[in-house]
Design a protein around this ligand. Structure first.
Ligand code: FES
Length: 381
């Protein structure tokens, strides 16, 4: 049976308007300027200045903090806008490899406006070891844009942040403390800072100088008992001794500290959103040595590179000197996201890919270990 249209007054008006639409558009087009559209807009130019992607950074000072920790300060080409708690990727060529690694920024956001940014690095792993032993003033590095969301969020977080820092995990909190002291950030910060011994404490005098109504540091030594320090590990009882009321927990340190802290924090029944953890870079896995071959397509080029089963796919590509995108190296940012054409892999920890990525065969090379020869399409860095 044919469809019967109901004629209504408003429907009729719509038809009239529709009839006029084509001539109206033609008239507008005829009246428009024939000048081509600008290729770029001011807002895009400003965004490029603020976030260039990568910039050149010259190492201007190296300061020894403890026996195995140094602070590296860089002069950047442009002001480096970041939020206290964020990280940035530092990179350079070492022999035939192109290396990069994310580090939490330890300096204040205010310093970055004067084109200075610092990273406090513990000697561990290949790139950090290179920085520690080889890097000298005047050396040139590439510096990626600031990234990460390990920051204070006034809309989501409590006004009081309880920071759990382990070893060099103090770096983002030191940046936050400086930002609170200079008025860039506005929240209360209580830092429980765990170190093995007093000698291992980084920024001791700087943190003590920053102490105020808003900033408090409790030093916790695991291997020493000394007056003026707490002893043991950062547990529920210790937190209860110094903290009451509503708070957000932020933690940065080794994976073992997170596992312990998770158990201890159960006593506070905090909602999930009130506990934030800084992600750790994926390291080597403990399997027997075995070498696979990666076939890597980047743009119109194809490379064949060896991949050690103990190291991630990203590390294999970097060792071979390929310039590939990477930021967090922990599966969180999605920057290294690559299409898997064939091959098997194992994930380091939880699968942090979006559901669609997993479904359509995308992987994060930064947290995937090769279990066979693999073929990948990798975006250009
Ligand atoms: S580098 Fe961030 S997900 Fe791989």
């Amino acid at each position: 049976m044919p469809y019967v249209f109901k004629k209504q007054i408003f429907g009729f008006m719509d038809l009239l308007r529709f009839k006029k639409m084509v001539p109206k558009r033609r008239r507008k087009l005829a009246e428009g300027s024939a000048a081509p559209l600008p290729e770029t807009y001011r807002v895009n130019e400003t965004a490029k200045i603020l976030h260039p992607g990568f910039q050149r950074a010259v190492l201007v000072s190296v300061k020894e903090e403890t026996a195995d920790t140094k602070t590296f300060t860089f002069q950047t080409e442009r002001p480096f806008y970041f939020r206290a708690g964020q990280y940035a990727t530092l990179g350079c060529g070492v022999e035939k490899s192109v290396l990069s690694r994310p580090y939490s920024i330890s300096s204040a956001p205010e310093d970055a406006l004067k084109r200075k940014v610092s990273f406090t690095v513990k000697k561990a792993g290949f790139f950090s070891g290179y920085l520690f032993d080889e890097a000298k003033e005047g050396d040139v590095f590439t510096l990626g844009d600031p990234s990460g969301d390990f920051c204070y969020e006034p809309l989501k977080d409590a006004k009081h942040v309880v920071a759990l820092a382990g070893g060099s995990g103090i770096t983002p909190f030191y940046s936050m403390a400086q930002a609170i002291a200079d008025g860039t950030e506005d929240f209360r910060l209580t830092i429980f800072y765990g170190a093995n011994t007093e000698k291992d404490i980084i920024f001791r005098s700087e943190l003590d100088k920053l102490a105020s109504e808003k900033i408090r540091v409790i030093y916790v030594l695991s291997d020493e008992e000394k007056e003026g320090f707490e002893h043991g590990f950062i547990g529920a009882e210790l937190i209860q001794k110094y903290v009451s009321g509503d708070f957000t927990v932020m933690m940065c340190g080794p994976q073992a500290m997170y596992a312990y802290a998770d158990g201890q924090l159960a006593a506070f029944s905090l909602p999930l959103r009130r506990v934030k953890k800084e992600a750790n870079c994926v390291g080597v896995r403990d399997v027997k040595p075995q070498t696979f071959t990666l076939t890597v397509h980047i743009g119109f080029e194809t490379f064949s590179v060896p991949a050690d089963a103990r190291e991630t796919v990203l590390t294999a590509m970097e060792r071979a000197g390929l310039r590939v995108p990477a930021k967090c190296r922990a599966g969180g940012c999605g920057f290294c996201h690559s299409k898997l054409v064939s091959g098997k892999f194992s994930l380091a920890g939880a699968d942090k890919r979006r559901l669609a990525d997993a479904k359509f065969g995308y992987i994060h090379p930064c947290c995937s270990y090769p279990d066979s020869d693999m073929e990948l399409i990798v975006p250009k860095a």
